[in-house]
Write a protein that binds this ligand. Sequence first.
Ligand SMILES: C[S@@+](CC[C@H](N)C(=O)[O-])C[C@H]1O[C@@H](n2cnc3c(N)ncnc32)[C@H](O)[C@@H]1O
Length: 197
Amino acid sequence: MTITAADLSQFTYNPIFVETGTHYGGGVKRAESVGFAEIHSAEVLEKQYEYCKERFRGVDHVHLYFGDSATMLIDMLAQIKVPATIMLDAHCGGVADIAHDNVAATEYNPLPIMAELSVLANDPIKTHTIIIDDRRLFTKEDETAWHHVTEQDIYDALDAINPEYQIHYLNAAPASCLTIDDRVSDIIVAIPPGVKW
Ligand SMILES: C[S@@+](CC[C@H](N)C(=O)[O-])C[C@H]1O[C@@H](n2cnc3c(N)ncnc32)[C@H](O)[C@@H]1O
């Protein structure tokens, strides 16, 4: 569902935070609160993007992008010359999100994670810290359409970026829609070699 601020604060050894899936800005706010110096976040739904533009108006170190996350990730990474902490959290919130913004699911990729990981594989920096949310949904056939991707696909893609990544797991933050079982190890973290964690 999402990472706790306490857990996110462990990744501020990189000064820059990058997020796919801005939604209503909860992740951006959390990244600010734990002290990232620079924050970049991309959202494909216009209503959510516009909401966040207003929410973070005048906050110079927050940079928001409107468009498909894999494409926006290329734009974000083009400006980043040092290893960053990258949270991959873009996925369809379900029919409610789509109906809410009057956007047809076919107009964007509702599960861009593999495309995002391909972008990261082509980035010259191979030591970003990569955080992937909602592990419990891989291979589940529900409206969020994660059934296209297996957990092994994720590990293979991380291995293609850097075979020396150490894989760790974090529990998701408490949320009313999650049981304790759902929360356990729901977040995958790929830590680059050389980082003591
Ligand atoms: C789980 S929410 C993100 C939550 C947010 N990171 C937070 O911590 O509050 C997923 C978001 O990803 C967006 N999304 C889905 N597919 C996307 C895509 N292809 N590109 C960009 N954003 C996308 C959805 O519109 C939704 O706002």
